[in-house]
Design a protein around this ligand. Structure first.
Ligand code: ADP
Length: 395
């Protein structure tokens, strides 16, 4: 018999799951995992063992029969029938919003579920989906400990001035403030960075660029978040696969007043039709854009890199300088070309790229003389959730 921790990351169009056992050092060790994507269109299930071999693949043609609840049920049953001799001791969940209340993961109770529900208006596309597996498990297995790990929690160390909008105080008090997201990824990188860099660098001033289909950047000092590019919602900051990033609020007023667009039309435009997809008119996938000769694909990439460089300047101002710059997530980990373009634009900041190291997949990709060291560190939000869940179960 072995103990296990299950991790569920239930998003709007995908559900990711993984199972960790606990190794001899008492740390979570990946056992298997998988995901369903294409929810609402053509759901596809895939599960893989720790060595990457496919354990099961499945597709459903009737998307309307396999909705979130039925897919969750399928995943729970699949995990149960593949547990072998592992007993699940707890389940960790990614929850996008912890409001200004939670600065750390929390063990879930019925009262806490109700409270997290009240944050749904702050993240309507994500929070209800994040909470549905928590509710489902609480109903079926009320004795099984569950832990909510928040994307916002890591940023609660930011000074008040970094979290505030210049809005009337009553609105700020109501919760209209900058929260920041991708916190589990940043926390993982901040903890992991010490394995790569000297204590001096790891405890210094760093900017982490989480560049995936969602993208943001975070200024970290002494392991703590002090500023981030994302604010009230996951729309702010960098242009993303299909999201705008920072947008003059006047544009929203114009869309409403001059173009008579409804809130849901604007939501769809800002979340689903903008970013790399909107600018290129071709794809939200950076790989496709980098391979394309179309001038609009090049413009989309140029805008992405330009905004990263502008955001770097802003985050460096918050930090008062820079010791290390870290790339992570799908684009950051896998695209030497984007890293090259970003580093070239950021030469002003003291960033000197080592081209060979960048191409060959080294962890440190800056030259020995570079005033700022530059790194590529794979993120692992699921492992961060498993680690938190285990830590909370042991207390
Ligand atoms: P998320 O978890 O937010 O869905 P990921 O961190 O998995 O996103 O990143 C997905 C994105 O990474 C894809 O949209 C793709 O554009 C990009 N990506 C993956 N591999 C490469 C690559 N080799 N070159 C450029 N971009 C890549």
């Amino acid at each position: 018999m072995a103990d296990g921790i299950a991790v569920i990351n239930c998003g709007s169009s995908s559900i990711k799951f993984s199972l960790y056992t606990i190794n001899q050092d008492g740390d979570p060790a990946y056992f298997f995992g998988g995901q369903v994507d294409g929810i609402g269109v053509s759901p596809r299930f895939v599960a893989k063992a720790s060595d990457g071999t496919i354990m099961e693949e499945k597709e459903w043609s009737k998307a309307d029969e396999m909705v979130h609840d039925t897919l969750l049920e399928y995943i729970f049953e699949w995990i149960r029938s593949n547990l072998q001799d592992i007993t699940v001791r707890g389940v960790g969940h990614r929850v996008v919003h912890g409001g200004s209340l939670y600065n750390a993961p929390v063990r879930v109770t019925p009262e806490i579920i109700e409270q997290l529900e009240t944050f749904s208006p702050l993240a309507p596309l994500h929070q209800p989906n994040n909470l549905s597996p928590i509710r489902a498990i609480a109903e079926r297995r009320p004795e099984l400990p569950q832990v909510a790990c928040f994307d916002t929690a890591f940023h609660r160390t930011q000074p008040g001035v970094a979290q505030a909008f210049a809005l009337p105080r009553a609105l700020t008090d109501e919760g209209i403030r900058r929260y920041g997201f991708h916190g589990l990824s940043y926390e993982y990188i901040a903890r992991k960075f010490g394995d790569y860099a000297s204590v001096e660098i790891a405890s210094g001033r760093m900017v982490v660029a989480h560049l995936g289909s969602g993208a943001s950047m975070c200024a970290i000092k002494n392991g703590k978040s002090i500023a981030s590019s994302m604010g009230f919602s996951a729309l702010d900051g960098l242009p993303m696969g299909t999201r705008t990033g920072t947008l003059d609020a006047g544009v929203i007023l114009y869309l409403m007043q001059a173009k008579n667009m409804s809130p849901s039309e604007i939501e769809n435009l800002l979340y689903k039709q903008s970013g790399l997809l909107g600018v290129s008119g071709i794809s939200n996938d950076m790989r496709v854009l980098l391979e394309s000769d179309d001038s609009k694909a090049k413009e989309a990439v140029e805008l992405f890199v330009y905004r990263i460089n502008r955001e770097l300047g802003s985050l460096m101002a918050a930090l008062g300088g820079l010791d290390a710059f870290i790339f992570t997530a799908g684009i950051g980990e896998n695209s030497p070309e984007i890293r090259r373009q970003v580093c070239s634009a950021a030469a002003w900041a003291g960033i000197r790229l080592d081209d060979n190291a960048n191409q060959s997949g080294s962890a440190r990709i800056s030259t020995a003389e570079s005033p700022v060291s530059v790194w590529v560190i794979p993120t692992n939000e699921e492992l961060m959730i498993a680690t938190h869940t285990l830590e909370l179960l042991e207390t």
